[in-house]
Design a protein around this ligand. Sequence first.
Ligand SMILES: Cc1cc2nc3c(=O)[nH]c(=O)nc-3n(C[C@H](O)[C@H](O)[C@H](O)COP(=O)(O)OP(=O)(O)OC[C@H]3O[C@@H](n4cnc5c(N)ncnc54)[C@H](O)[C@@H]3O)c2cc1C
Ligand code: FES
Ligand code: FES
Length: 497
Amino acid sequence: MPVPEPSPVPLRLVRRGEIVVLAHVAPDRTLLELLRETLCRTSVKEGCASGDCGACTVAVGEIGPDGALRTQAVNSCIRLAHSVDGMAVWTAEDLASADGALHPAQSALLACHGSQCGFCTPGFVMSLFVLHQQQGGADVSRDEALHALSGNLCRCTGYRPILQAAMDMKKWSWSASENDVTLQQLKLLQTQPRPTPAVAAERFYALPTTLAEALAWRAAQPEALVVAGATDVGLWITKQQRRFTRILDIGRVAELRRLARRDGWLSVGAAVSLTEAFAALAEDRPQLAPFFERFAGRPVRASGTLGGNVANGSPIGDSMPLLIALGARLVLGSARGQRELAIEDFYLGYRQTALAPDELLLSIEVPLPRPGEWLRADKISKRREDDISAVCLAIWLEVVDGVVRAARVGAGGVAPVPARAHRTEAALLGQPCEGATFEAAARVLGAEFEPLSDMRASSGYRRQVLGQLLRRAHAQRQTGLALDTLAPIAVAPEPRA
Ligand SMILES: Cc1cc2nc3c(=O)[nH]c(=O)nc-3n(C[C@H](O)[C@H](O)[C@H](O)COP(=O)(O)OP(=O)(O)OC[C@H]3O[C@@H](n4cnc5c(N)ncnc54)[C@H](O)[C@@H]3O)c2cc1C
Ligand code: FES
Ligand code: FES
């Protein structure tokens, strides 16, 4: 690999209560590379280098909107180093107290025999550390432990002792005084804004904090790579070995990190994390919570953004079928002004979007729930969590007096772009909301798209499963049972070629 070109702007972070300043960090250097190679934090392991295994998990901390320290677990292998400028970073080496006492996450793993070969262990320790920080050392249920560890894989110990360790952390006392020191240092860094690189620079990592600044960068450097959480972009660097010398990170733009409800709409800023965006969407529509838990794992949802999912334009992205079904609109902006369009009109072809070279996605506008609305979203993937969809289907209906008065159906994994199933919607519209209608619509849906065969699923499987998802949604509507409790989807075997 060629020697990385340094960035002229130094990177500042807080470690163990001290500010560390690092010069000459290349714009596309990952946090994992920085921690292992520059700071010699070799507890941070590289397993998959794609956000899948959790061996590289570290904790990052920033000042939350309430002024308190907010800690998140992230995958350092796909996180860009400069994105943590002004933040605190912890690795497994940083947890023991000054007198050598282990952190409860470490003591509990030790006591519960939660480690064998140990390769995954620092990553588990960091996820448990974040859970401990977030819970303030209080009781942890098995469910909470499962969710907190959803981004960590262990290939030899087995999960029972690790989950036990999560639930046992409360047995060890821990003083949170180090958090106060970290918070003070973060506040100090806040008073020393990061220097802005020259707009015409050949290599830079721009981290604007206002929309005006971000749009000016975009206009001046339309070729620069736009990055939000880098959970897609990080893989272009680690897996495709691509190099980027000019990066515009929109993750700190205050206007893009806003969530607001007004005039019947939920407005989600493009740089709002998936964690926060999903929490807001599930607050309005609680039935979506299980669907969101199946999107990646917790560290990816902490770094990744809703705007990044939408702008990336993958035909197998999970939020777009849902947003299509909800009737979401996108606000795009440039220094020239703003415009709005329906989300399905944003996708022009395989990974092609309506974004002009000087534009950014600013926000995703989602209508708030209406009386009589009925909504289901489900995805089919090989693994329950932390896996991309083979097929994703979201159905939104407005039912008045037992008749379907409005219908929107979004589908993923069935076309080169996230798609709206217009013919299926027509089959539902004006019909009684009953089994025969869903059966007829399921047959239309099964024939509406011509999906590809790939390693995730064959074309025939995708067509069949689409119809089955619609039938299943109706079964759930009738019984009121959670999707998880229904019988598995049956798909007839395909004839061998
Ligand atoms: C382990 C793992 C599991 C995953 N699981 C899922 C899953 O279950 N479902 C799923 O759908 N996805 C999944 N993903 C993909 C990824 O997490 C999502 O697509 C995420 O939402 C991307 O957001 P980001 O902020 O990280 O985007 P980035 O990687 O920063 O950017 C993605 C693209 O969007 C562009 N972009 C970002 N923000 C803007 C903006 N405001 N304006 C213009 N362009 C912009 C970037 O230039 C880039 O082209 C997974 C990824 C990993 C690593
Ligand atoms: S190395 Fe596997 S998630 Fe980072
Ligand atoms: S202890 Fe070996 S992979 Fe987890």
